[in-house]
Design a protein around this ligand. Sequence first.
Ligand SMILES: *Cc1c(COP(=O)(O)O)cnc(C)c1O
Length: 369
Amino acid sequence: MNKINVTSSSMPPFDEYLEKIKPLWETRWLTNCGSLHNLLETNLEKYLDINNVVLMNNGHMALYSAIKSLNLTGEVITTPFTFISTTNAIVQNGLTPVFCDIDPQTCTIDPKEIEKLITEKTSAIVAVHVYGNVCDVEAIERIAEKYNLKVIYDSAHAFGIKYKGKTIANFGDISMMSFHATKVFHTIEGGAVLFKNSELKKKIQSLRNFGFISQEEANVDGMNCKMNEFQAAMGLCNLKYIEDEIQKRKRVVERYQDKLKDVNGITCWEKQQDVTSNYIYFPIFIDKEKYGLNRDELALILEQNGIVARKYFYPITSNFECYKKYKLNTPIAEKISQNVLTLPLYSDLSFDNVDRICDIIIKGGDYND
Ligand SMILES: *Cc1c(COP(=O)(O)O)cnc(C)c1O
């Protein structure tokens, strides 16, 4: 029985990576804004169509720095249906997360619920483009303008996504992306802060380098979140193949959708209107009344057959012990996190393997290998 993992990192041809890192044995400049790092920033500014990209050593530090750069205070309205990093970055900045429920169609923060949670202390909205589904950016912008709030997008899932022809980084005051090995585009570990307002640039650059603005001056308590040259080299190589990567993932997703479309009690992820997707995850939503098994039972059957699917996102972040004190009633997020399962998805996942996974899902409890 071959084991199928939930993901498998894309890798550029080995020789191309070697070629990229070879000059480092001459220059001996391995980090601190080396030439590969700077080239990757420029190439990403072009590819993502945004005038400022500041690379970081991972997505979490990018999100932490993005939030920190805006000098926020008090409360931040956010979603509990996300990776723990989003909530961590808010709390680590001394802010109080106020958990808002999500839209059941997109699993992103529900703008209709946001307004009810606004108080005098609210300073920002931290929203997440979950599974690459685009948040209701227009409604969020209207609310932010009305109440004078900052908008930060956790776009960790949203590399290369466009909404109505505009790349996703153009929405909100600032956003971040993750270039972790499991994401569509990666630098092994890595991330970036993206923004239109160039006045933020110096501050974000100093935040990633201990707060230094020159060798003898620091004006903010910065961290160390610099991307090194080996990471940047991986990014430069992967960027060359990104379109191909996304197209291959699209074919896998379409195969799943085709095979699973008539299974009673299983709802598949679908691409939103007006969105150019990157096919980063393929979640299915299980209605146990109709399907006969609940999510955990299906995950177990898959696991017994060597298939790793993930309960992504479960639990919601407001159910983690460290965040229970902020818990609010978010019934939709709660319910979806009980019923969702993301299936294996990567560019070279074979149709044979997709078919085997679908066969197990179709037969459910009756499956016998
Ligand atoms: C991956 C991820 C992060 C963190 O990014 P890292 O690069 O792993 O630090 C943050 N938010 C979301 C939604 C993510 O999926």
